[in-house]
Design a protein around this ligand. Structure first.
Ligand code: 13P
Length: 244
């Protein structure tokens, strides 16, 4: 079976102004030849400037969401071809904050992933249970349904990364136990349409817990929120992934 190259992706969410670009520059400069894939997903307003300052570096760019249409009358939305034009090579779709804030459904997430592929982007497709779903013992049913509904036919290692992000672990400082992560990742891995698809964990990953999370079977990397905003917080996570 081909080795899955590890991946550390940073999701800046609705954070970052021009003066944050130095953090991306520092990440690229500190690691000219990383042993893992590194992707930064800044707000769309910073994509083109970040592309320019990362030119020639090993750090890839990603968007945080795309519309399912190529273009048209959708005020405020951004299409996948626009992200590609601005320098993105990946796009996050189906993040729980999009599912919650904007009512996005699995069907819409799948359509967005297809739009991403059509524009030549890789889709980082997110899923994960809420706390009440976990507490009522429904985690595996929920993630199974999200996986089935959010991955379009044709999902493969070259176009898709799946991110398991338990909603209750995002931005809370709480993480599942290693056993809980292993259980969900093993369950999802067995249901992926292509064994080469990378499966990353997200939710309160930081420099202190990264090594333990990356030691878990079937964890191919991380989707990092808050700890990706500063090079000093993100680089130890990248280094832990390289050592894993
Ligand atoms: P935090 O790392 O801030 O918990 O965010 C995780 C996340 O939502 C990444 O997409």
């Amino acid at each position: 079976m081909p080795q899955r190259r590890k991946i550390a992706a940073g999701n800046w969410k609705m954070n970052g102004l021009a003066d944050s670009l130095g953090e991306a520059r520092a990440i690229a400069a500190q690691h000219p030849a990383p042993g893992v894939d590194i992707v930064l997903c800044p707000p769309a307003t910073l994509l083109a400037r970040m592309r320019d300052l990362l030119a020639g570096s090993a750090v890839d760019l990603g968007g945080q969401d795309c519309h399912m249409a190529e273009g048209g009358a959708h005020t405020g939305d951004i299409s996948a071809p626009m992200l590609a034009d601005a320098g993105a090579r990946h796009v996050i779709v189906g993040h729980s904050e999009r599912r919650t804030d904007h009512g996005e459904t699995d069907t819409q997430v799948a359509a967005k992933a297809q739009a991403a592929w059509a524009a030549g982007l890789g889709a980082i497709i997110c899923l994960g249970e809420t706390l009440s779903e976990r507490d009522s013992g429904r985690t595996l049913d929920v993630v199974a349904a999200q996986l089935t509904g959010s991955l379009p036919p044709g999902a493969a290692s070259g176009n898709t990364v799946v991110a398991y992000e338990p909603v209750w672990a995002i931005g809370t400082g709480r993480t599942p136990t290693p056993e809980e992560i292993a259980s969900v990742h093993g369950f999802l891995r067995a249901r992926l349409p292509d064994p080469g698809i990378r499966l990353v964990y997200g939710g309160s990953v930081n420099a202190a817990n990264a090594a333990a999370i990356f030691a878990i079977a079937d964890v191919d990397g991380a989707l990092v929120g808050g700890a990706s905003l500063r090079a000093a917080d993100f680089m130890p996570i990248v280094q832990a992934l390289e050592r894993a």
